[in-house]
Design a protein around this ligand. Structure first.
Ligand SMILES: [Mg+2]
Length: 232
């Protein structure tokens, strides 16, 4: 029987423990390639995707959107910087994530990936973290400039691949932008964030937030009970 429910995961900070590493790399790549000092407070941008942010940065600074060849150089540089960083400090998967994904699949959920990052960098991070998820349908910033669009494309690809029609979709993410997107979409949300970042998700309306996946049963319970974030 085809699955009735799908759980769609963000990648950065949700499957891989990569948030802070990323900010420095992105700032460095924009400095090297475009001579720009960019703001790495991603919540200040109009969109929460690498493609939307690239457009906003370049249109604001020079009045023209990025050319495909420039994006090719940017993502190539980011992959190089990621590899250099990984050699110094290995990219890690989030704690317990392998077991949590296996438990979801065993419980009959379809899974998909929807990252606001570039395909090249997001897949490089999964590989560096040793997460073998090549079988999962996926969508990236290359596919759409809005996170909601990326989530919808990932879901459509999964439905197509599995011949399924999903009655319920849950999104798992770590950022405030993940929460805002699911609230706008009326989509159940589970936050993965520890400490003050986790508190921030709760105070902004998330009903289920876990620091990581170390308690598989708690994560599965959160997925089953998940509902859209409340308006604040
Ligand atoms: Mg993230």
């Amino acid at each position: 029987m085809s699955p009735r429910q799908i759980v769609i995961f963000d990648i950065d900070g949700t499957l891989t423990d990569t948030t802070t590493l990323d900010d420095a790399n992105i700032a460095r790549a924009y400095r090297e390639l475009f001579g720009l000092e960019i703001d790495v407070d991603w919540s200040r941008y109009r969109t929460s995707t690498d493609s939307g942010i690239a457009r906003e940065i370049l249109e604001t600074s020079r009045g023209a959107p990025p050319e495909p060849a420039e994006l090719e150089r940017l993502t190539g540089r980011l992959v190089d910087l990621l590899a250099e960083g990984h050699a110094r400090e290995p990219v890690r998967p989030m704690k317990g994530v392998v077991e949590a994904l296996a438990a979801l699949e065993q419980a009959g959920f379809a899974l998909a990936l929807a990252s606001g990052g570039w395909k090249r960098t997001a897949e490089a991070k999964l590989a560096a973290a040793g997460l073998d998820l090549a079988h999962l349908p996926r969508a990236f910033a290359d596919d759409h400039e809005e996170r909601s669009g990326i989530i919808e494309i990932a879901s459509a690809r999964a439905a197509e691949a599995l011949g399924a029609r999903f009655e319920r979709m849950v999104y798992v993410g770590d950022g405030i932008w993940d929460l805002v997107t699911t609230r706008d979409m009326g989509m159940p949300f589970v936050g993965i964030a520890a400490g003050s970042r986790g508190d921030g998700l709760v105070s902004n309306g998330a009903h289920h937030v876990l620091g990581d996946y170390s308690d598989t049963a708690a994560f599965l319970a959160a997925i089953s009970a998940a509902r859209p974030p409340s308006g604040v």
